[in-house]
Design a protein around this ligand. Structure first.
Ligand code: AMP
Length: 115
């Protein structure tokens, strides 16, 4: 599924609304979630507006790997030794913003399974 990038994360990428950015490079940015679910809650988003993981293709293999490496990098920059990475794909999985993003959540004990 193509996307015109007209989501709240597209607006953040275009500088139309602010975010608390902690990392950025040519492929992605990372910023603090506006409604943190833990002491550390970051979002890593690609600059390319892929709506959800289900829309990723083989052409995105390198990008997807990069997002996970950046997730680990920013988690460690935040001082975390343990954390959870989450990618919700689809509304029933809890996705609310249809611009692919990796949650990085940590700083407290995390239960499993998730709700
Ligand atoms: P998901 O439910 O997986 O789609 O996650 C979307 C996340 O984006 C939620 O955790 C929201 O709190 C977060 N979010 C939505 N709008 C903003 C915003 N303007 N700045 C920071 N985080 C946001």
């Amino acid at each position: 599924m193509a996307s015109d990038g007209d989501t709240v994360f597209g607006k953040i990428l275009r500088g139309e609304i602010p975010c608390d950015q902690v990392y950025g490079d040519d492929l992605c940015i990372a910023f603090r979630d506006g409604q943190p679910q833990a002491p550390v809650h970051l979002l890593v988003i690609p600059r390319e507006p892929i709506p959800q993981l289900a829309d990723a293709t083989d052409a995105h293999q390198q990008l997807l790997g990069h997002l996970l490496l950046v997730a680990a990098r920013v988690a460690k920059l935040e001082g975390l030794q343990s954390w959870r990475t989450v990618i919700n794909s689809g509304a029933e999985a809890g996705q609310t913003v249809f611009h692919l993003h990796v949650h990085v959540i940590g700083g407290r004990p995390l239960a499993w399974p998730p709700g």
